[in-house]
Design a protein around this ligand. Structure first.
Ligand SMILES: NC(=O)CC[C@H](N)C(=O)O
Length: 295
């Protein structure tokens, strides 16, 4: 991967992300026993962006349960991650929790009854707990950069608010959303944080239950069908694992019962998913026979 020169394009609609060096590549795999195989820039923290949508969905389901599905759907959108078109015909209900509109609605549920700072603290502590690492932090420069330029997300949130899908002041909800997207993690930390999804909802480090096995299975199903936006079908076709991407160039993939894999390569393809990250996952799952659809 290091040697390839087809690297995709670094996201530039969040100015701070356009400063990231596209030559970087990292990967970390953690198996059921906790054995770690990691290479390249696997310890460099990067902006996880939409990958946090997996953690905020998990947290929100724990807080409000299946009531969440009154606000957000569970179907792939077939549209770009920041698209607004479906909201008009679908009463402001976003198609799924992994497109921006859906993740903003989920963030709004987490915020309800809290101050933005408390809600954000709750999300960050949850991610730190999952990764078993209290040093994980929010990159304030990235958050501020998106606060300044996030006009589309502001449009999505205001539009949903007009349908009553968002309860809190839009600026509060978006403040929490921009900041949790700006959580910085390395591939190693991310692969660690996802482990409960590969192992039936159990946190392997502590043996404690994070979610019911059924919920872990369902989150994986959503990652498979919606985790790469309008590139989800292609990701399932090529890689064959539940996965969640972010515009920082990271992908978290789950091989149920086997392992978690986190990859990071900042250059993106046309759908906003890591170009080399996807290629690396495709090669790895093929070689190991890890696709959930068979060898
Ligand atoms: N696909 C992504 O990672 C998008 C997340 C980013 N914070 C945004 O809202 O645009």
């Amino acid at each position: 991967m290091r040697k390839r020169d087809d690297r995709g394009t670094v996201a530039d609609y969040i100015p701070e992300l356009s400063r990231v060096d596209p030559a970087q590549f990292g990967i970390a795999v953690i198996d059921e026993a906790g054995e770690i195989a990691a290479a390249g820039d696997c310890d460099i923290p990067f902006s996880v962006q939409s990958i946090t949508k997996v953690f905020t969905l998990t947290l929100a389901l724990g807080m409000v349960g299946d009531r969440l599905w009154q606000r957000v759907g569970r179907e792939p959108s077939g549209s770009p991650f920041n698209s607004i078109v479906q909201l008009e015909n679908e009463r402001g209900i976003p198609r799924n929790p992994f497109i921006n509109a859906g993740a903003i609605a989920v963030t709004d549920l987490i915020l309800s009854g809290h101050q933005p700072r408390e809600a954000l603290g709750e999300i960050l502590r949850f991610v730190q707990f999952l990764a078993d690492d209290p040093t994980i932090h929010i990159d304030k420069a990235v958050a501020a950069s998106e606060q300044r330029t996030g006009f589309r997300n502001r449009a999505l949130a205001n539009y949903m608010r007009s349908f009553g899908v968002i309860d809190n002041p839009v600026d509060f909800t978006l403040g929490v959303y921009f900041h949790h997207c700006a959580i910085a993690m390395s591939c190693r930390q991310l692969a660690m944080a996802g482990r409960f999804l590969a192992h039936g909802g159990i946190h392997p480090n502590t043996g404690r239950s994070v979610v019911h096995p059924e919920r872990a299975r369902r989150i994986n199903a959503l990652m498979l069908t919606c985790g790469h936006y309008d590139g989800s079908g292609d990701f399932a076709y090529r890689v064959g694992l539940p996965g969640k991407s972010g515009v920082g160039g990271g992908i978290l993939a789950i091989a149920p019962g086997k392992a978690t894999i986190a990859v990071w390569a900042p250059g993106l393809d046309a759908a906003g998913n890591s170009h080399l990250g996807r290629i690396a996952l495709e090669k790895l799952t093929k070689r190991l026979g890890w696709s959930i659809f068979g060898a």
